[in-house]
Design a protein around this ligand. Structure first.
Ligand code: WTA
Length: 649
């Protein structure tokens, strides 16, 4: 398969970028010609950011799995589609060719249908990183069911909330999964979750660890038993409209509970494939390894859909970077001769801590391209990655994007445009970023828009502002499930006619963007998005908590750590048990990923006369900036600040 839309030089990039913003319909229509359609579109794009309403490839009919699977059968049937590497290196790996994956998906579609799933139904998937997870996802897509994958680290309560919000009636899970030395009892978590919601009629359980699990007759069925009933290896793909929902993925925002980000079939397919092929400069035959769990957007777009649509071999790794030792990623790279490696800065930073000893005797010669995603990469980590993993031979693509954007938005293209440590650099074709100030006024010189494309005259200074996008791209969020108004308010209402990312950014004189982090109350802990309001809500459920305020603080490995300030209604009898209790409560309500790193019990929180918590002050204290707290005279009780400073952890 060749990719006529693959950019081959920086000049071509500039040219393509220009076309993409001057004639977006022609540009994306041209890219879309390279995909398999059941029927082509009547109109490439219709949009307004007011409602918002964005429709790409209106009138087209397709099924994304015909692009991920069927069309590769002619020339790649025997090529590995998925290589699965187990958590424990002494266990056997599994390799599924495109033909095997195709058959597995077709068979599982029949299992879903036999268990009552119909087109348009929502299916909750709570599984470890095993091939059956990809099979379940693709089978949903093939029959037109909408998958809602929940990361294996979320708690029973979080799963129940997501099931209710999406009104799922079936769950696909496994008896368990491994992450390093830990066994995760996924089925037990599901059993607990299902005590909190009555939506679920069926649970399909994949046997992976061979654990004892309780099976409720009539509700729970084994994956392998159901598969044994299937006799056909083929199953035609359902005809989907371009704008039909493909999946829901929950993500944290600055307020309320996580929201279900909705992506639709055609645009998501086009954009994830286009960006995969261009950012990583994928070449047919490359072995590609993205370390992200499919529970997150990176796993959706760049472990499953993008690579498979491009006909790549994608590695799914069940384990963690440090088990059984800190050389695990590099052993996998050498074992499969990985060419493209994509991971998160937090993983790099945690491996840096082990020094270069685990790199001894690793070849790493197969590597050609390295990537990072999920959070800003600090210069030290960038250089370590470049020197020790890339050996100064491999471009590093720093890819900025979000669950809501579906695919990579700002990144250098490997070997085509230059990387710059800690800069995501330039927008992909079709993406028009704009920095605005607090009032929504464009920051002069920040526009990568129609005029000038990139200001490479270098006379401007570096400017900063809130990062917005001016024009729709094919995989832009369509709605938040069940609540379109929330989508509008969150992303399209802050600044009229702009998509607001929630991130702050700098733009240098050459047009490179550096993402500086969230400007809202969302934390980025080990590359995972966590809303402070969500954590506070969980903490407040602990008996005797009056209120709490959660802020981030710089953390060497996680990027950001979670710092919680908590008031109890019995300040003088705080014990160690309270700390454990608060932590347990967060674990129970959200999951281990949201447990605070620091919990400080205080007698009061700094508040203005109108009762607003001054987070700015707490943030500074958490960051250790005790001297320069700014004006605290508007506080009702400035003395609490002294107490909080004195008790800082
Ligand atoms: C942050 C992950 C700096 C950013 C794909 C964004 C980044 C949030 C980068 C989205 C990057 C992601 N440089 N920051 N290369 N990539 N972010 O939805 O704050 O889990 O808004 O999507 O992660 O996180 P999400």
């Amino acid at each position: 398969m060749s990719f006529p839309y693959q950019i081959k030089s920086f000049e071509e990039y500039l040219e393509q970028y220009k076309i993409s913003i001057e004639q977006p319909e022609k540009f994306w229509g041209g890219v879309a010609e390279n995909f398999t359609w059941k029927k082509k579109w009547d109109k490439v794009l219709e949009w307004n950011f007011k409602e918002p309403r964005v429709r790409w490839f209106e009138g087209a009919k397709l099924n994304i799995t015909e692009n991920c699977l069927d069309r590769h059968l002619a020339d790649k049937a025997d090529q590995p589609a998925i290589i699965w590497e187990p958590n424990d290196p002494s266990q056997k790996n599994r390799i599924l060719s495109y033909r095997e994956l195709y058959i597995s998906v077709c068979r599982f579609v029949q299992v879903l249908k036999n268990n009552g799933v119909r087109k348009g139904d929502r299916v909750c998937i709570y599984m470890p990183m095993i091939p059956e997870l990809a099979i379940a996802v693709l089978a949903c897509a093939r029959m037109g069911a909408i998958h809602s994958v929940v990361f294996g680290g979320f708690s029973a309560q979080s799963i129940a909330d997501r099931i209710e919000d999406a009104k799922c009636n079936i769950v696909i899970t496994a008896d368990g999964g491994n992450r390093g030395p830990k066994d995760i009892r996924l089925k037990s978590v599901i059993d607990e979750a299902l005590q909190k919601t009555s939506y679920i009629q069926k649970v399909i359980v994949c046997k992976h660890l061979g654990n004892e699990v309780s099976m409720i007759s009539g509700r729970d069925v084994w994956w392998h038993d159901e598969l044994a009933k299937i006799t056909q290896d083929e199953m035609p793909a359902e005809t989907m409209d371009a704008e039909d929902m493909l999946f829901i993925l929950y993500t944290s925002g600055s307020t309320g509970k996580p929201k279900g980000v909705v992506h639709s079939c055609a645009g998501y397919m086009i954009y994830t494939t286009y960006s995969f092929v261009n950012v990583f400069q994928y070449k047919p035959g490359d072995i590609y390894f993205c370390t992200a769990d499919v529970g997150w957007i990176t796993g959706h777009s760049y472990t499953i859909y993008g690579p498979l649509c491009a006909g790549a071999t994608t590695i799914m790794f069940e384990g963690i970077p440090s088990f059984p030792d800190a050389g695990r990623f590099w052993d996998i790279v050498d074992k499969y001769k990985v060419n493209i490696f994509y991971t998160a800065p937090t993983a790099i930073r945690s491996l840096m801590g082990f020094g270069t000893e685990p790199l001894k005797n690793k070849s790493l010669q197969s590597l050609r391209v390295l990537g990072t995603v999920g959070e800003p990469i600090n210069e030290e980590a960038w250089h370590w990655y470049d020197e020790n993993i890339g050996r100064h031979r491999c471009p590093i693509v720093d890819t900025w994007w979000q669950t809501e954007t579906g695919g990579i938005m700002i990144s250098n293209l490997a070997g085509i445009s230059h990387g710059k440590p800690s800069y995501a650099t330039l927008p992909l074709p079709g993406i028009i970023p704009l920095l605005v100030d607090e009032k929504g006024h464009p920051v002069p010189g920040s526009d990568a828009g129609k005029d000038g494309v990139f200001r490479r005259d270098a006379k401007g200074d570096t400017v900063s502002g809130n990062l917005c996008i001016r024009f729709p791209w094919p995989s832009i969020i369509r709605t938040t499930y069940g609540d379109h108004e929330r989508c509008r308010l969150n992303y399209f209402a802050t600044y009229p006619d702009l998509y607001f990312t929630g991130d702050g950014a700098l733009r240098d004189a050459e047009g490179n963007y550096r993402i500086t982090g969230r400007v809202d109350d969302v934390l980025n802990v080990s590359g995972h998005r966590i809303g402070t309001a969500e954590v506070e809500n969980a903490i407040n459920m602990y008996p005797d908590v009056v209120e709490s305020a959660v802020v981030g603080f710089p953390h060497d490995i996680k990027g950001q750590g979670i710092y919680a300030f908590v008031t109890l209604n019995r300040q003088h009898h705080v014990s160690g048990d309270d700390k454990t209790g608060v932590s347990k409560m967060v674990n129970q309500v959200i999951g281990a990923i949201a447990k605070p790193d620091k919990i400080q019990f205080v007698s009061g929180l700094p508040k203005t006369r109108s009762g607003k918590i001054m987070r700015r002050i707490l943030r500074k204290i958490a960051e250790g900036e005790m001297e320069n707290l700014g004006d605290i005279s508007t506080l009702v009780d400035p003395t609490v600040v002294e107490e909080i400073k004195a008790g800082r952890l």
